[in-house]
Design a protein around this ligand. Sequence first.
Ligand SMILES: [Ca+2]
Ligand SMILES: [Ca+2]
Length: 351
Amino acid sequence: MSGERRFIVMRSLWMALLLVCSLFGPGCFSPEEPRELDPGADDDGDGLPNGWEEERGLDPLNGSDGVVCHGMAEYCLRSYDNFTFPETHNSFATIEDGVWMAMNHYTSLQAQWDGGIRAYMLDTHHLSKEDTAVEDVRFCHGDPDSTFLHPCIYSEVDAYAWMRHLGSLMNNSSGDVVSLLLENYVPGEHLEVLFNQTGMLDRVFVHQPGQPWPSIGEMVLNGTDLVVYWDYQYDERFPWLHHAWTHSWDTPYGEQEQDEMSCRVGRGDGIQPVWHLNNWLSSTFGLADPVRAGQVNDYDTLLERTLGCWEEVGDRPTFIAVDYWEDGEVTNVTITLNMMPDWSGEVPGHP
Ligand SMILES: [Ca+2]
Ligand SMILES: [Ca+2]
């Protein structure tokens, strides 16, 4: 081939290459540059959109680099208030915990956790009127106004051991967020020691009133997978102890009859997106009612009540709180509800 001929051939090849590059855009001369991913697509099929992964430092092209929340990657995308957590009322007041008066459940934390409960109502007291040191914090259930019978006289549960147990369950879970609601009768300083010594203070999430709640996945990835509320006044020294009725609200509780149960506002303003649907009856003695718990916790009954309240309130309940969680199917009701984007959607089959 003559020199001139070779020159013409090479020039033609270059022209063709330039034409191809102009058609396919930038990056033509540097094929190692990462291609732009569609932020809404899920290229690695791990259930998390590319954009969501990139914003959180996850690899959108690696299916094993992701996060799972409450058993499903999709639930990581939900905001904390757009999920429904089953909750036990007086979670520690159980026969297994040795509580023999004013009990609310048969089984203790381990069984509740294994059964799917992820929110717990706890009453914090000192051991007695005399024993009020920080190490005397206990979970007790009784009348706090009684002059003669201190609530811990019936039974007391070691708050430190209970909290450590919860921490170990959370450490072995795959991306589950837990909430606690404390009916509190001890100083905030004592709660801080309790949470600090049991390793739970490191994982608390701090919410600012009125601010949107983060996604569950965000909380899990940040290691802030515990939300604590207390039924006590706001104290700026403990911003992680959210005043329950500022950051959430609830429906009335402990009705005598099932037909008295409503979706009305009990405590709080009724505006907060986080709310408790209280679903337990009181017996004529004012105690938890083991006989009728099975009725109000029945799958169809509870699902119907919840969907009705979701419609009425315009927002899904964040918590469904029950007594005798073992009777009926509160956890199955929340499994069904969490598959529904809206109350008016098709109701999936019984889990
Ligand atoms: Ca993905
Ligand atoms: Ca990934």
